[in-house]
Design a protein around this ligand. Structure first.
Ligand code: AMP
Ligand code: MG
Length: 339
């Protein structure tokens, strides 16, 4: 059986991880968003091994990570808008969709003519990318369908004996995946919301739209603008309902459901927690950013507790809250209640 080594990130372990990547192996590493499962983006077999380790459907493309903008040369067509956005937000949690060249294998982009590229700001991710010197394809390091991993322990849980190496860089800062921004059409369009908002993008390049499927399920026959959106995602084992409204209104609605359900739990804002008395209630922080940081950790904790129902307090799905609400809505299979 393959042994999975998990080492704290340091000069030596980063060199080890880089050597494995250069040899076409799969390595998990921390980024500022979530942990990534990386391999040489231009090596077909290495990329196939990522899909196998994750049990990821082959039609769900990967994001290509680089240490420097210059590494994109020959991989994709960098437009002036892309340059402007890179000046403003790279390194950071912004993924850009650009037209690819034939150098990028079809397995990496799931056969799409575009490639998703990102330059992470996490010092360990940056050092790893710099030392190995190759573009690294990396989706989130969870098994497909599970909440994304925000600690090395989460990765180990999902990837034990599937990959040779995990770099442990502590808990991820942002906690949800990068913003995916489509630059292949006219106006830039957010396909997946993240820490960098549509408003942030618009403030730099003038305008930016958000794909409607960000906050609703795909309609029958509707094609997903971003293939990741059509797959079951971020799901805890338990059923989940998300409530949006004032602390008091949300607490009323949640308490009613909680009291008539066996083995339910509550995820709520800090300001609402005192309203739940001695019921099992956990913090999602107060701001949407704190919620994003905690959400996947909490969903994994609830999996471990084997709860039957998660009653969660959300935020109004707009601006900075869109990223966390996109994940909460999907985790709840769009069972959203406005009170
Ligand atoms: P993950 O790395 O697990 O966060 O997944 C990357 C996500 O980026 C995918 O699920 C897609 O939704 C999106 N993505 C990557 N490449 C493309 C592409 N060429 N076109 C549209 N969406 C993409
Ligand atoms: Mg993912």
């Amino acid at each position: 059986m393959l042994e999975t080594l998990c080492l704290p990130a340091g000069e030596e372990s980063i060199r080890q991880a880089a050597a494995l990547l250069q040899a076409g192996r799969v390595v998990a590493f921390p980024t500022e968003t979530v942990y990534g499962l990386g391999a040489d983006a231009l090596n077909e077999q290495a990329v196939r091994d990522i899909f196998a380790a994750k049990e990821r459907p082959a039609d769900n493309p990967l994001i290509v990570h680089v240490a420097e903008r210059s590494q994109l040369e020959g991989l994709c067509r960098v437009t002036p808008t892309a340059e402007t956005l890179m000046d403003a937000f790279w390194p950071g949690p912004l993924t850009l969709l650009l037209m690819k060249t034939e150098k990028v294998p079809d397995v990496t982009t799931a056969g799409l003519p575009s490639v998703a590229v990102r330059c992470p700001s996490h010092p360990v991710a940056h050092a790893l990318l710099q030392v190995c010197g190759i573009p690294i394809a990396a989706p989130s390091a969870n098994r497909s369908g599970r909440p994304s991993p925000t600690t090395a322990q989460d990765v180990y849980e999902d990837m034990q004996s599937r990959i040779p190496f995990i770099l442990d860089g502590g808990a991820c800062d942002v906690g949800v995946e990068s913003t995916v921004l489509d630059l292949t059409g006219g106006v830039p369009c957010v396909l997946r919301p993240g820490a960098i908002t549509a408003e942030d993008v618009a403030s730099v390049v003038g305008s930016c739209t958000v794909a409607p499927s960000v906050m609703r399920p795909l309609k029958e026959g509707e094609s997903a603008p971003s293939p990741g959106m059509k797959h079951r995602h971020y799901a805890p084992k338990a059923k989940m309902t998300v409530y949006i409204g004032s602390d008091e209104a949300v607490a009323d609605a949640i308490i009613k459901r909680y009291d008539e359900t066996e083995n339910a739990v509550i995820l709520a804002h800090d300001s609402a927690l005192p309203l739940f008395g001695d019921r099992r209630a956990f913090s999602l922080g107060e701001t949407p950013q704190e919620g994003a940081h905690l959400l996947f950790r909490r969903l994994r904790e609830m999996d471990a507790l084997n709860v039957s129902l998660i009653l969660a307090q959300g935020w109004k799905p707009e601006g900075e809250a869109l990223a966390v609400m996109n994940r909460m809505a999907r985790a709840a299979a769009f069972d959203l209640v406005v009170v």
